[in-house]
Design a protein around this ligand. Structure first.
Ligand SMILES: [Zn+2]
Length: 59
């Protein structure tokens, strides 16, 4: 079994594949602690909490 491409992709096929690659819209969730919009699965920048626990001390 080879992982090499069997046939050369034409310019049109290659470009159409890359044309579909776009920057996905950043989805934000509201922090359960302060309600600030933040990235999911990340420590809240506003209050420094994650999973209802304070991780980073903010003042
Ligand atoms: Zn917060």
């Amino acid at each position: 079994m080879s992982i090499c491409p069997k046939n050369k992709s034409s310019k049109g096929r290659r470009d159409s594949r890359r044309a579909n690659w776009k920057m996905s819209t950043m989805n934000l969730v509201a922090c359960p602690n302060c309600g600030n919009l933040m990235l999911p699965h990340r420590v809240c920048k506003n209050c420094g909490t994650y999973n209802k626990k304070e991780i980073v001390t903010t003042d």
